[in-house]
Design a protein around this ligand. Structure first.
Ligand code: ATP
Ligand code: MG
Length: 304
């Protein structure tokens, strides 16, 4: 079976498609022999798109899991009151559990709220409980309302966990929670669903990112765009892919995440796709995407 051309990471040029598949499968089954490079400094990525259901949570959780199986310590901060990332990682998030809400209020430290996921000892999650639903309004009247997550994600706090990567899973809005995520991160990762209207609303997202850059976080950059739910049977998916690549260029990962029932089933079992079906196209594509992100980070570090 030929992987879609856009799913080819370009690293294995010269290999036949079957050899490529075999190499990918070997990486899943023996991740210890395919360590990914550790970033020179900790990378904090905000996964944002105010459009709902584009694959923010699925990408945050599965990219984090893919980095974790390759030996990189990774933290997922669930910043969405829906708590989907906590569900997918099977981390306790009943009301009352120490969560990102208490972290934002300054009542508990990040390390105290972080739970180790069953998926991997390298994978942590700060869960979101339903209490976070009120935070958007409660934050309005608080001091330093935009920088509360950044304050909680201090080097000392993350040092306690010793993580190399942090993924912040945002809710589908551009409210104060998403602003907190953008202020706390160096990078924005935007998942874009390969479907009609995919680019709608992106202008608004980008101008919000610019505002945060200008006023709150000079370091912030859109480092990564990930195309999700690619359906190779439709012309539309290719058109959207091309349009996004033409518009955003190198920021777009070469790897594209295919639409796959397995990917959507995994959270129902409290599992990432890597645990649920490690040999599936969904798992392999998230592994490829994670590898691209890790390798790019090192290259970007060399440029500085
Ligand atoms: N590659 C995929 N193939 C099939 N289904 C997918 C894929 N990625 C995500 N989904 C499904 O699409 C739905 C939306 O995905 P997800 O929850 O990751 O999006 P989101 O952007 O986080 O949504 P929200 O804006 O509500 O937070 C989920 O039901 C998920 O299981
Ligand atoms: Mg989500």
């Amino acid at each position: 079976m030929n992987p879609p051309s856009s799913a080819n990471t370009g690293h294995d040029v010269g290999w036949t498609p079957i050899a490529e598949e075999a190499m990918r499968a070997a990486r899943v089954l023996h991740p210890e022999s395919y360590q990914l490079p550790k970033p020179d400094r900790r990378r904090v990525l905000t996964v944002a798109n105010q459009k709902g259901g584009v694959g923010k949570t699925t990408s945050a959780v599965n990219l984090a899991a893919a980095l974790a199986v390759h030996g990189l310590k990774t933290l997922v901060v669930d910043l969405d009151p829906q708590g989907n990332a906590s569900t997918a990682l099977n981390v306790e998030h009943r009301s009352g559990t120490p969560s990102v809400y208490e972290v934002l209020l300054g009542e508990v430290t990040l390390a105290d709220a972080a739970a180790v996921s069953e998926q991997s000892p390298n994978l942590y999650c700060v869960p979101a409980t339903i209490d976070l639903a009120g935070a958007e309004i409660e934050l309005v009247s608080m001091a330093n309302r935009e920088t509360r997550l950044k304050e909680a994600l201090t080097s000392d706090a993350i040092d306690q966990l010793g993580v190399d990567y942090v993924f912040i899973d945002c809710p589908p809005s551009l409210g104060l929670l998403t602003v907190n995520a953008m202020v706390a991160a160096q990078e924005v990762l935007i998942p874009i669903q390969c479907e009609y209207y995919a680019l709608e609303g992106l202008g608004q997202l980008l101008s919000n990112i610019e505002l945060v850059q200008q006023h709150l976080n000079r370091e912030l950059a859109v480092s990564t765009i990930l195309l999700t739910m690619y359906d190779g049977r439709t012309k539309l998916a290719d058109q959207v892919t091309q349009e996004v690549r033409n518009h955003f260029g190198e920021v777009v990962l070469r790897t594209v995440i295919p639409r796959s029932v397995k990917v959507s089933e995994a959270p129902g079992y409290g599992q990432t796709i890597l645990a649920y079906d490690p040999g599936s196209r969904g798992a392999l594509s998230y592994l490829d995407a994670a590898r691209e992100i890790a390798e790019r980070g090192v290259k970007n570090g060399e440029k500085q």
